[in-house]
Design a protein. Structure first.
Lengths: 165, 165
DNA sequence: TATTGTTATACTCTATAACTATA
DNA sequence: TATAGTTATAGAGTATAACAATA
C-alpha cells in the first residue's frame, strides 16, 4: 500500500534525501543519526534477531537460549558463572533460562565434586539432538543473512567484528 | 579479582582457545557462535548502548529517545506514523515515548491542518537546547567508540552498515 | 475500508538486591 | 570475606489487539 505524501506544516522545508526523488514515501532525513554507529548496529541487530526467531520458530528457541545451548555443548561441565561471564549475561538471567531449558529436557545441572557451590552444566542426549536441529536452522538463517547483506559485506562485517570481539 | 581454574568434570577435555594459555580465566570455546554474525552484532550493540546510556546519564536519555529527538529535529511537522516508520518502532511505543518527552517539555504535538487524524511533531525551544546537549555528549561517545574499535575498524564498520541501511 | 493515535496487555530482557551455602 | 546459585523486583523494549476519530 503506497502511502500519500506527508505534510510539512512549517515554512521550514523538511530536508530531503540526497537522491532527489519526490517525497512520495516520505523518506525522512536521518540527520546526525547518519554518523552514529550505534544506530546502524542496532538496526542490523534487530533485523537479524527477528529473522533468527522466525527461522527457529518451529523449535521456539530465542537467540539467547541458542547461545547458551552452544556454549554448554562446546564446554561441558562448566559452572553457570563461567557461561554467564562468557556470554556477558547476568547469572540471575542465566539461572532462569536454565530452568526453562531443563524443563524441556535439554540441559542438566550436576553438583560439582570440586566446589560444593557450583553446578556443572551438560546437555542431555535430547539436548544434543535439539542443538543439532538448531544448528541446521541457524545455518539456513546465516545463509539468508549472507544473501541479504551481500556475500562481500557479510564476510567483511563478520571478519571485522570477530577480530574485535 | 582473578578467578580460579574451572573444573571440567568429564573425561572429555574442554576445548581451549587457540592461544595456548592455561585455562586460568577459563576462556571458553565459543563453538559455532564464531560463525554467527548475529552474535557479534549483538555483543557490539550491547556495549555501544551501555556506553551511550552512561555518556548521556546526566540528561537521563536513552538511545531510542535520542533517535526520536534527532528525527523530529530534522523533520519538523511530521506525523507520528512517519517517525515510527523511519525508525522501525511501533506507533504504540512511540506514543508512549512522546508522552514522556512532552512531559519533559521537549516535544510538542499540534493537530494537523491537513489530516484531522494526525499530530504534527515539533521540538520546543527547550527541546532544541536539550538536543544540542545530547549531540555534544553523543559526539564524545562516538569518539570513544572510535578509539575503542580503532579508527580504521570504526570507519569501515560505519561505511559498511550505512551503505547497507 | 484503511489509517492515525491511543490504551491495555503480555512477554522478554536487563539490572539490582537479598538470601543460602559454600569456599 | 568472597563466590555460586537462587529468588524477587522493577524498568525498558517489543508485539499485539482493540478502540474512536478521521480519511
Amino acid at each position: 500500500m503506497p502511502a500519500k505524501p506527508r505534510p510539512s506544516e512549517r515554512p521550514t522545508p523538511a530536508p530531503r534525501s540526497e537522491r532527489g526523488e519526490l517525497p512520495e514515501l516520505a523518506r525522512l532525513d536521518l540527520g546526525t543519526l547518519e554518523r552514529r554507529l550505534g544506530y546502524f548496529v542496532r538496526r542490523l541487530q534487530v533485523e537479524i534477531f527477528q529473522h533468527f526467531i522466525a527461522a527457529l520458530a518451529s523449535l521456539n528457541v530465542r537467540p539467547a537460549q541458542y547461545s547458551v545451548m552452544v556454549l554448554i555443548g562446546h564446554n561441558p561441565g562448566q559452572p553457570q558463572a563461567a557461561i554467564a561471564r562468557a556470554l556477558g549475561i547476568e547469572r540471575a538471567a542465566l539461572a532462569k533460562m536454565l530452568h526453562e531449558l531443563e524443563r524441556r529436557g535439554w540441559t542438566q545441572r550436576l553438583a560439582s565434586v570440586r566446589d560444593g557451590r557450583s553446578h556443572a552444566l551438560f546437555l542431555t542426549r535430547e539436548g544434543e539432538r535439539a542443538l543439532a536441529g538448531m544448528e541446521a536452522l541457524t545455518e539456513g538463517h546465516e545463509r539468508h543473512l549472507e544473501r541479504r547483506l551481500g556475500g562481500r559485506r557479510y564476510r567483511e562485517l563478520l571478519a571485522l567484528l570477530k577480530d574485535f570481539g
